[in-house]
Design a protein around this ligand. Structure first.
Ligand code: GLU
Length: 296
C-alpha cells in the first residue's frame, strides 16, 4: 500500500492565520503519525495578489510551528505548462469552451426572471450558459479576455452519463458541513444545476483552483487531503475532474473551521489573528495550539 502523503497548500496572498495553523498542524501530524510524508505547495496562481513577502512569512511561520516538509516546495507558478496541456486535452475532447462574459454580464443574466433562484455551488450561482455552444472564434479569443469553462453536461456524458457518475465517490475521513462522512457519492443533478460550468482556466492564467488542485495533488502523489470544511463543496468537482483526467482520488479530511469570538470564519483580511501578529505579541507555539484546540 502506498504510504501516506499529506500536504498543505496555502496561497501567498496574505499572512497565515489560526485556521491555516490548524490545517497545517493537522496534516503534518497526521503524516508523521502514519510515518508518511508531508509536502508543501504554494498556490501562487494569482500573480496579481501573491507577494514574495507573504510566501516568506508563510515559510517562516510553518518552520516556527515546527513543521517540516519532505520535498522542495512546489509552486503553481512553475506548472503552467502542465495546466495548459490538461486544458488543451479537455478542449480537444470538446469539454471546455471559452466564455467571454464579464462578471457584470453573468450577474445580469442570473438576475433575469427565468434564472432567479438558481442553485449555488462552491463558486456561487451556476453559470447560466450564455457562451456555451458559441461557434469557435479564434479571432475573438485573440482580441478579448475569456475564461475556459467546463461543459458540465458534456463532461458527465463523456464519463458514461449520470448513472455512472452517480457511482463515483470519495472517502471523507473528516466531516462535511452537513455531517457527510465516509463514502460521499457524486450527485450529477447538483453538479449540473448548482456547480454548473465551472471555470478551469483563463486567457492569462491557464488554471483555476479546481484544475490546479486536482493536477497538483496527483503530481505530488498526495494520498490524503486535509483542508477546511469550506472546501468540502468543491470536492465533487475535483472528483469529477480526477475521473476526466484518469487521476487517482485521494482521501479527504475536511476539518472544522476556526472562528473568531463572534463565530465568524477567519479570513486573510483579519490581520489581527495572523500568526505574524500573534508571534509579535509574544505568543508561543503552545499558545497557538491551545487557541486552535489542539492542546489544552
Ligand atoms: N490554497 C487554498 C487555500 O489557501 C487551499 C486549497 C486546498 O487545500 O485544496 O485556501
Amino acid at each position: 500500500m502506498a504510504s501516506t502523503v499529506e500536504r498543505f497548500a496555502p496561497s501567498p496572498t496574505g499572512f497565515l492565520h489560526l485556521g491555516h495553523a490548524f490545517s497545517a498542524l493537522t496534516a503534518f501530524e497526521t503524516a508523521r503519525a502514519a510515518k508518511g510524508s508531508f509536502l508543501l505547495r504554494m498556490e501562487d496562481l494569482d500573480t496579481t495578489r501573491c507577494r514574495p513577502e507573504y510566501e516568506a512569512a508563510i515559510l517562516d511561520d510553518l518552520a516556527w510551528l515546527g513543521i517540516e516538509w519532505d520535498a522542495p516546495v512546489l509552486r503553481q507558478s512553475e506548472r503552467f505548462d502542465a495546466y495548459r496541456a490538461a486544458l488543451d486535452d479537455l478542449m480537444a475532447r470538446g469539454l471546455v469552451y471559452p466564455c467571454f462574459c464579464t462578471r457584470k454580464q453573468v450577474n445580469a443574466a442570473l438576475s433575469a426572471p427565468h434564472h432567479e433562484g438558481s442553485a449555488s455551488g462552491p463558486d456561487g450561482p451556476a453559470y447560466p450558459g450564455t457562451c456555451r455552444g458559441l461557434p469557435p472564434d479564434a479571432q475573438r479569443m485573440e482580441r478579448q479576455p475569456y475564461a475556459l469553462r467546463l461543459d458540465m453536461g458534456k463532461a458527465i456524458a463523456s464519463l458514461g452519463g449520470a448513472g455512472i457518475v452517480r457511482k463515483l465517490s470519495f472517502k471523507e475521513l473528516g466531516k462535511g458541513p452537513n455531517g457527510e462522512r465516509k463514502k460521499v457519492l457524486l450527485d450529477p443533478t447538483h453538479l449540473i444545476g448548482a456547480c454548473g460550468d465551472v471555470v478551469l482556466g483563463r486567457k492569462e492564467t491557464p488554471a483555476s483552483y479546481h484544475l490546479s488542485v486536482v493536477l497538483d495533488d496527483a503530481a505530488q502523489q498526495v494520498t490524503h487531503v486535509t483542508r477546511g470544511q469550506d472546501l468540502f463543496a468543491a470536492t465533487p468537482i475535483h472528483r469529477l475532474l480526477q475521473a476526466l483526467f484518469g487521476r487517482p482520488t485521494p482521501h479527504y479530511r475536511h476539518h472544522r473551521l476556526i472562528v473568531d469570538e463572534s463565530g465568524k470564519r477567519l479570513a486573510k483580511r483579519d490581520d489581527a489573528r495572523s500568526l505574524q501578529t500573534l508571534r509579535a505579541e509574544g505568543a508561543g507555539v503552545e499558545d497557538i495550539r491551545r487557541l486552535v484546540g489542539l492542546s489544552r
